[in-house]
Design a protein around this ligand. Structure first.
Ligand code: NAD
Length: 377
């Protein structure tokens, strides 16, 4: 424990690093509450056998910046249950989530508010909230679980708030570049929770999505792809590569296509030293977490490619969590995501221009300035 603090501690946190173990169920878990200057630490619960305190800390720190940038009354946190969901039954999974929830009661919801993450979803959140005893213990709950009695106001991830927010950031950034979204071409990596909604909202905004990938490959059609057909093909034939008409290309080729905008919405480190020279897009909007390292973002920026960082572009998820926490309905949630993401994107673009800095550096500076100011008051 002391070693962990020595390794990570700086002026921002982490305030608490908890290891929890329940001898009765065998549940083992980690919670890192990084910074609570603005409110309880917000962050998802992931379930994986490989979780380390270092990984949880890095994700908690990212949440600290994301919440400060989105001006939410939340701090940063993250947690993990050490288990392999592929090797255990659903009942056992829920047993572990229940035990984890009971173990975190001394700090949740006062200093930590949970959410879904890798291998946890709305069912796990329902168990987590029930075992904690407070509806405020987590967000991402089923729509029936309410803050206000009689009103349906759980906001499950199925509403697509993250993808919706990514598209808001894209529209503002395109406008800044003088790029007409109505005639722009876009390639979207990933067609999961985030990517599929990005495609839907982009097409609704008039953009032409010409390439979409998933774990099996990439489908490309210069004339544009149709959202409903993509969805049907993905559901019935399990991959977007079965879409017709279109050309199937290698997944990594998506980043080298002659398009105006690339939206990485799946994996980390997809644009690296290896392929950065072949990127032709004018703009990249980071829907995934850390799809490009800050060093490679700098390389792109020097070449005049505008890269909207993940901590700005994909904050729609945490903003909608806040809306759920406050008991807002979906219409109010979408309004909040739109207002905040549009304003934040404009703010970092202006800050970067005024201070002659990169967009990530600008975003981090703004987040740090806000936390420092809040500490003084
Ligand atoms: P998901 O599991 O729903 O979807 C992931 C998609 O990526 C799937 O379509 C999968 O087929 C595809 N994929 C996997 N390997 C691929 C590859 N090699 N090439 C192309 N596609 C590949 O996950 P998600 O919730 O959509 O999350 C995607 C990213 O967005 C992650 O980085 C996540 O951390 C980030 N994110 C998610 C949210 C959210 O609300 N879900 C919020 C903020 C950030």
């Amino acid at each position: 424990m002391i070693i962990d603090i020595e390794k990570f501690a700086d002026e921002w946190g982490p305030e608490k690093t908890l290891y929890v173990y329940d001898p009765k169920t065998g549940m083992k878990g980690i919670l890192v509450i990084d910074n609570t200057v603005f409110g309880p630490g917000k962050g998802g619960i992931r379930m994986l056998p490989t979780i380390t305190v270092e990984e949880i800390f890095r994700l908690a720190r990212t949440m600290t910046w994301k919440c400060a940038l989105a001006e939410l009354p939340f701090g940063g946190a993250k947690s993990g249950i050490i288990a392999d969901p592929k090797q255990i039954s659903k009942g056992r999974k829920m047993e572990l989530v229940g035990a984890f929830s009971r173990a975190l009661k001394p700090v949740c919801p006062k200093s930590y508010v949970a959410a879904p993450d890798i291998n946890t979803g709305e069912e796990e959140m329902a168990v987590f909230a029930k075992e904690n005893g407070s509806i405020k213990a987590c967000t991402g709950k089923p729509a029936e679980m309410c803050v206000k009695p009689g009103v349906k106001c759980g906001i499950p991830h199925e509403y697509g708030s993250t993808g919706f927010g990514v598209v808001q950031a894209t529209l503002i950034a395109a406008n800044y570049l003088g790029l007409d979204v109505g005639s722009a071409t876009v390639a979207v990596e990933g067609f999961g929770n985030v990517g599929s909604f990005v495609v839907e909202y982009l097409i609704n905004s008039g953009a032409k999505v010409v390439a979409v990938s998933d774990s099996k490959g990439c489908i490309y059609n210069q004339k544009g792809l149709e959202y409903e057909r993509l969805l049907k093909v993905k559901k019935e034939m399990l991959s977007v590569v079965n879409y017709e008409p279109g050309k199937v290309v290698e997944k990594r080729e998506l980043f080298e296509l002659p398009v105006d905008i690339i939206i990485p919405a799946a994996l980390p480190d997809v644009i690296t030293n290896e392929n950065v020279d072949r990127v032709k897009a004018k703009m990249i909007v980071e829907a995934a977490n850390i799809p490009i390292s800050s060093e490679i973002e700098d390389v792109l920026q020097k070449r005049g490619v505008l890269v909207i960082p993940d901590i700005i572009a994909n904050a729609g998820g945490v903003i909608s969590s806040y809306a759920e926490y406050r008991g807002y309905n979906p219409t109010q949630m979408f309004h909040l995501v739109q207002t905040k993401i549009r304003r934040n994107t404009r703010t970092i673009l202006e800050y970067a221009e005024e201070n002659k800095l990169g967009l990530r550096e600008s975003a981090l500076n703004i987040a740090k300035e806000r936390i420092q100011k809040a500490r003084k008051t």
